[in-house]
Write a protein that binds this ligand. Structure first.
Ligand code: OAD
Length: 246
């Protein structure tokens, strides 16, 4: 893969770099994306599984679906793309802002991760809000109940729910402050997360997209690289470290 010298020079001058990631970065770990032919929302209806009313109406079904997804996530491992982002910490102040709930950035070893849509390995009680960080994989079938009598739900953001305030605020500040803002493996269709690239762009960051195909955001990016994240990122790191200092 060829990277323009102007692009590499600008990247090399950067101090603060944000990696804004979506389901596509975990595709090479075997975790399905949401949209597209093989996407989760092509097979399941979000209104039946990923909103609070659905959970109250049919908690066991929603819980079982999340248990099924936890199994997939639990047997997946971080891939070259997650690992290369950790490597980038040797050269930049790196912040990861992810829409993914799969915990793979943390498992890969990224130091600063904002999780905009929660974390599938965590749970909390809908009544007393107690958090349970241990996955309920050993539980019998059906939704577990807290000591207070409340149902325990996955700690993920469902449709119609607000993003965790501290996570979004931290992500917004990092975006505004970034010199380079990578957009990796996301269709950039879901808001408010999808505001972040625009916030970064207006604050002067260089926007760089990595995706297997063009997206809604491609037109606004300074550079787009159309290939798998697990291919582009390691090649970029190699090019960066062998590129002469300007
Ligand atoms: P999508 O499924 O909408 O988009 C995945 C993107 O990854 C697409 O643009 C693909 O082209 C791209 N892609 C697939 N494989 C790739 C690879 N190996 N390398 C690089 N790119 C690849 O997933 P998200 O954008 O993450 O929200 O979806 C955003 C939100 O919608 C999710 O967080 C979830 C969903 O509903 C909630 O659950 C709240």
């Amino acid at each position: 893969m060829n990277f323009e010298s102007g692009f590499l020079s600008r990247l090399k001058r950067a101090k603060k770099v944000v990696f804004f990631t979506g389901a596509g970065i975990s595709a090479e770990s075997g975790i399905p994306t949401f949209r597209g032919k093989e996407g989760i929302w092509n097979k399941f209806k979000p209104e039946e599984l990923a909103n609070f009313d659905a959970f109250i109406k049919n908690p066991d079904m929603v819980w079982e679906w999340y248990q099924y997804r936890r199994k997939i996530v639990g047997s997946a491992n971080p891939n070259k793309a997650h690992e290369t982002i950790v490597e980038f910490e040797k050269y930049f102040e790196v912040t990861v802002v992810t829409q993914n709930v799969d915990n793979l950035h943390r498992r890969a070893g990224s130091s600063h991760v904002y999780e905009l849509h929660g974390n599938i390995e965590k749970n909390y009680c809908v009544k007393c809000r107690t958090h349970f960080d241990i996955p309920f994989s050993e539980e019998p079938k059906g939704v577990p109940v807290c000591d207070c009598g409340g149902l325990i739900r996955p700690d993920v953001v469902w449709f119609g729910e607000l993003l965790p305030h501290d996570q979004y605020q931290g992500a917004e500040e990092a975006s505004e402050d970034s010199d380079v803002f990578f957009i990796i493996g996301t269709s950039a269709l879901v808001y408010p997360a999808a505001y972040l690239p625009e916030i970064a762009r207006r604050a002067g960051a260089m926007l760089v997209e990595v995706n297997i195909e063009a997206t809604e955001i491609s037109d606004r990016c300074d550079y787009s690289f159309y290939d798998k994240a697990g291919t582009v990122l390691p090649e970029l790191l190699k090019a960066l470290t062998s590129h002469p200092q300007n």
